[in-house]
Design a protein around this ligand. Structure first.
Ligand code: PML
Length: 306
């Protein structure tokens, strides 16, 4: 069990970090010691015809987590290394935000994990479509999401209504950035051991799972579609409360720079409330679910994987 004690009226909690970074084992921190660390790296593309007028900021990489104060320096170092060595290219701007978390984080459970069997490029996208439709997302909404993802380096995530396919996030350039999210140390340990059994205990999988679990813990979100914008990472996922976190190999072809995330939400909901929760309210995973290896689409649709 995670160490979420109350001691003399002060909530104590063990430190969190998503990737295999530095840890201060066994040390308890009061809530005031928890910090959100975020990194965004980008580069400026300049058109030779009109160097000033058409400067465009291109997203290179991002990372974030909730950590103890004592971990800040090491985490920042790791994030900078990541920003400077990303397959999407050389960053010329790195923004690191380090922020004291004042609000008590909401505790959530990680989604169950499985990987869908498929071998062929093209097959993955078809499977993602089928899963989204089975989760209650219309064809028009799915088409809208894939259209946005096809664009090179979509910045944040898009919020799309599941029936009519309307885009709700107000800033089309920026999209939504899921923020202030983490996992307790005991949960991270359990997750790492479960993922190891299937050879997928990587920072990329854990970070994506933490994010997807926060997104799906938002009552109005029906499902999420994610395609990595890393040209050499061709596994994406569809996540939902109904089916869990489903990894989909071959969701795009190798070398493709397209990628992004779409959150499908109920029609007629208050987008502001969703954005407030996803971007600003801290949430921490304190329990993990079943992690399976390869499963067939049939097993998923019958829900025998969860
Ligand atoms: C990313 O590039 O951060 C998204 C990765 C999505 C898939 C992670 C996984 O392999 O489960």
């Amino acid at each position: 069990m995670p160490n979420l004690n109350r001691h003399r009226g002060i909530r104590t909690i063990k430190s969190f970090n998503i990737s295999d970074g530095p840890q201060t084992r066994g040390k308890k921190a009061t809530m005031k010691d928890l910090w959100s660390i975020r990194m965004r790296a980008s580069k400026t593309a300049v058109s030779p015809q009109s160097p000033v007028a058409s400067q465009k900021e291109i997203h290179i990489s991002g990372a974030e987590g909730i950590y103890e104060k004592s971990e800040i320096q090491e985490v920042v170092k790791k994030y900078i290394e990541r920003a400077l060595n990303h397959p999407r290219g050389k960053a010329d701007k790195i923004i690191i935000t380090i922020e004291d978390i004042k609000q008590e984080p909401k505790t959530i459970t990680a989604l169950p994990v499985a990987t869908i069997k498929n071998t062929m490029p093209g097959e993955g996208k078809k499977m993602a479509r089928g899963l989204l439709q089975s989760s209650g997302v219309s064809k028009v909404a799915i088409d809208r999401a894939f259209e946005l993802i096809k664009k090179d380096g979509m910045r944040g995530a898009a919020i799309i209504t599941a029936e009519k396919g309307n885009r709700l996030d107000p800033d089309r350039e920026r999209g939504i950035r899921v923020s202030r999210l983490g996992i307790t140390k005991p949960a991270l340990k359990g997750l790492s051991s479960r993922l190891s059994r299937h050879g997928i205990n990587t920072g990329t999988v854990k970070e994506a799972l933490v994010l997807a679990s926060k997104v799906s813990s938002c009552g109005h979100v029906i499902a999420e579609l994610c395609v990595s914008d890393d040209p050499y990472y061709t596994t994406g996922y569809v996540a939902s409360k109904a089916f869990g976190y489903l990894r989909i190999p071959n969701i795009k072809s190798e070398g493709s720079r397209s990628g992004g995330r779409a959150f499908f939400v109920k029609e007629g909901i208050d987008a502001e409330g969703i954005i407030e929760y996803l971007e600003r309210l801290p949430a921490i995973i304190e329990k993990v679910s079943l992690c399976k290896g390869m499963v067939s689409l049939d097993e998923i649709l019958n829900r025998s994987h969860i």
